[in-house]
Ligand binder design. Sequence first.
Ligand SMILES: Nc1ncnc2c1ncn2[C@@H]1O[C@H](COP(=O)(O)OP(=O)(O)OP(=O)(O)O)[C@@H](O)[C@H]1O
Ligand SMILES: [Mg+2]
Length: 353
Amino acid sequence: MNPFFLKTIVEALPHPAIILEPGFNISCANTPARKLFGEDLAGTDFIRILRQPDAVNCLNQAVETGKIVTSTLVLRLQTPRTYKASAAILSTKNENEAGDKTRAILFTLIDISAEIDAEKSRSTFVANVSHELRSPLTSLMGIVETLQGPARNDEKARERFLNLMQDETGRMSRLVGDLLSLSKLEAKEHLAPEGSVDVLRLIRHVTTVLVESKDAYKNRVQIDPPEDLPPVTADPDELTEVFQNLIENALKYSTPETPVHIELTHRPPGSAGSGNRGRVCVRIRDQSEGIAPKHLPRLTERFYRADKGRSRDMGGTGLGLAITKHILNRHRATLAIDSTLGEGTVVTVMLVV
Ligand SMILES: Nc1ncnc2c1ncn2[C@@H]1O[C@H](COP(=O)(O)OP(=O)(O)OP(=O)(O)O)[C@@H](O)[C@H]1O
Ligand SMILES: [Mg+2]
């Protein structure tokens, strides 16, 4: 088999590919393979480089059967990653020729770590949704049984249980609504938003609606009068959802009666980190117990709660920040959450003008 020809073909393959001699010494490796295993591969014993019994089995089986043999390997090189390995015999033997003319083995690797992660996160997601639905459903089943049995003729208990049923069905309906929102957002994440939004007006409107919704939120939000702000490029409904969640989080997770400050500033084009279009920066500052540093990087994951019991008791679905992050990604905007235990949390959103 012409070695130059083989080398050219291997180099044209997009994934790590290595040609081995029958004794498993490396005869040539393409650029992705050299990136993975090191530059000076030619002539070295591949088994010693891999040190993986599964890989050795895969190669031996290919030699024995003459068929393409695949295997899943976890290689701990720079970082552990999962690969689909395949070994194929390259033989020049033709039907008229006598004897086995195995000349080389082609060993290739395809990185399947992303697929495995996606599958894991899909099954975690299904488990989380089921778990979130199970608790209101269990509670509803209990209430219905009580109403059919011991509380059948108890007027007062009936009233109380009906209120509880309303809370639980409300929680399920919010959960389904948020899940639908997430899946719609995922579908259009690559489409840039159209529309022009006056952020100060939008935040004032969101605040008014929130304050009306609960006595505990009254007279707590202070909006610092901003300088002149340019409109931002955004979808008004989506931006409303973002600030509804962020301002409500600041109100509901902070100490009662403490203020929530909202500060809006304009970063003109060319100023630090504002790109060539400029940014409007919204900073929401509360006086909560704060969030421990270990939670901060995970807050935008679906269903992640820093304080599980408290968030659920407050009727939260744990999807608010996941939705917020998706919307802001679509708007090419950024979200930063800083928190100090015992002091409070500052959430910063940078929107594109
Ligand atoms: N300002 C804040 N102060 C303290 N903790 C916060 C703050 N904002 C968010 N968190 C924590 O982050 C978690 C995730 O917030 P997120 O908005 O995603 O969900 P939620 O508020 O529990 O539910 P939902 O927004 O769907 O009603 C919350 O459960 C809470 O533990
Ligand atoms: Mg929330």
